[in-house]
Design a protein around this ligand. Sequence first.
Ligand code: GDP
Length: 369
Amino acid sequence: NLSIGLVGLPNVGKSTIFNILSHNQVAAENYPFCTIDPNDARVPVPDERFNKLVELYKPASEVPAYLSVTDIAGLVRGASEGEGLGNAFLSHIGACDAIFHLVRVFDNEEITHVDGYVDPIRDMKTIHDELRLKDIQACEKHLEEVEKIVKRGLDKSKAIQWKHETLQKALQHLRDGHDIRLGKWSNREIEILNDYYYLSAKPVVYLVNMSKKDFLRKKNKFLPKVMEFVRERSGGVDPVIPFSAAFEQDLLDLPTKEERDAAAKEMGVVSQLDRIVTTGYKALHLIYFFTAGTDEVRCWTIREQTKAPDAAGTIHTDFKKGFICADVHSFDDLMELGSEVAVKTAGKMRMEGKNYVVQDNDIMHFKFN
Ligand code: GDP
């Protein structure tokens, strides 16, 4: 169960956005095998296709995909040295698979800033540094362990040599001030580094929290610098989403999504919540396939590049064990032709075997023993 962690300095709006995201949590009874944790929100992933399938089948139950968001208490400078429970927070980040990096660009004298005044670039660097320092400590330990083995001649394989070289290179890379994620690595090196779960290796989505006023006038004095900083640092890879927690909070006073969308439109803006959730989901390299019928329309989360038997296994382990084949049709064909029967008649229902890589638009029926 992959999750994305909310990371940022204190008083940047983490609890606020976490509470907003929790507001329309998906019902826990649909996920009987998931543990309930107050610091974890299961946020439905908005998807027009899912809505259309529900419209078509009017099923007894509907289960969307969800993004699991974990609230991680505020990091402060010195966290990697244990400042302010820092090490505990950092280990919580370790348990997440991607990071929402929350950056404050709203000015408000009543809301103090841990470092005295608002400066988002300094803040981002503080967080980057703490994650990297934690990685340096971890990498030094990993390297030490491998060096012991090599020096004592306990293992003379190529594999341990590669590991040794890769860790040396990673440590230098970190000491030079770079994230693991933003390094140039060969496939072999990536495979080795993946085993170590470095914090700076996790995908990042920046959420830039503006005041309501700035959000409405689409202008903030720090925002261009923040965009430029992230673009330069990540080579344009990391998404940046400017939003306003205060604005999103106000919208929640309206009871339905339709009313909230209409109110935002009237003010000339769009709520950024959907974009935040879908971008977070993508950062985790997750996709989902559908099962659809009158009983249930449901999204099943899988990793990109999952083959049919493993996809079947997310529904039930028996589906994987006894996997025979899958009947697959695409969402687009179903919409175009209007019903599953029509899809079959048109010859667009495919039978796929165990090597089939499940795609994002697939509606699946599994056959099993
Ligand atoms: P955390 O420490 O990062 O969890 O921050 P909180 O969510 O507790 O927010 C700290 C304070 O900033 C609270 O008083 C929030 O109401 C306020 N706040 C959060 N987001 C915004 C915003 O977009 N604009 C303004 N003006 N205040 C905000």
